[in-house]
Design a protein. Sequence first.
Length: 365
Amino acid sequence: MSSPNHSARRSKVTRQLKSLSVDAILVSGLANVRYLTGFTGDSSWLLLTGSHAFMLSDTRYETQLAEECADLEVIIRDASRTMNDVIADVCRKAKVSRLAFESDHLSFAQHQTISEHLPSTELTACSGVVETLRAVKDKWELEQTREAIRIAERGIGVVRSTLRPDLTEIQIRYALEAAMRDFGATGPAFEPIIGVGPTGALPHAHAGHRCVGDSPALLIDWGAAVPSGYRSDLTRVFFTAKPTRQMQRVYGTVLQAQQAAIAAIRPGVECRAVDAIARGMIADAGFGKYFGHGLGHGFGLEIHESVRMSPLATQVFEVGMVVTVEPGIYLPGKFGVRIEDDVLVTQDGCEVMSSVPRDFESSIV
């Protein structure tokens, strides 16, 4: 199995310092720090100059940093010093006169305090510097993603085989989480969405106390997180009793829209163009107002990452991007259908990485 090259990732960031017109960049987003260093803790920031990488943390993580980040210059503060004190000291010693910070992750209060500690340093907001790199997965990241998908698929297999009319949404959620952990997950990639009937018409519903037997339609949106931090994200609808004609029609519409969208994904295609394909098909079937969210998103260390498929998306697909494709139709008070798969952009098109059957016959339990 391959391994992550954190040094090469950091080099890609430092090569951007000139174009940002800064001497250094302060990386404070937790997932960004992990991506660039391999550090699995929290409350720690990374300062990159043109020639040095400084990991700023506290005594709780001293031993862990020595093990996980042996190639970095680690600066540990004790309880008598704040993170801002450490940042100020390092910037002065490194002669940083212009410092970029991640505006998506640094709070206004933190910015103000750093400014007070560094009155002679110009702070420059930047956005998406590391996230753009994270959008394209390397070989190791794809291995981790495939493992997260495999575990999620094994977990849903266990749950599907044990469905009973008296099971509640919350019981299904806990059983699914336990099954994925049994297969090697550190936990769910996010809180699983378990929706029976009307609950499934809420795109981001919380599992409650509806029973499987209350409606033929059961929506499950789930994923696994693996020890490396990478995740998966899938959705299926199962019919636990005879579905209505409307349920069959809605399911068929969503499935056709998803398959058409997947078929259009390839390098150089605009994300919004693929969204438009699925959205147009759902609208043509008369369900346009019942599909309000974007078609999909990137994922990796976080369940929602920078690649987006929506009418507003300006990105184009690149080889190595991994995205969800998840059209849905949600009929308030009745049921919802969303079909979601994980898709890798390849040189000549795309690969559906997930393999849980999605045809209508396979959805009947």
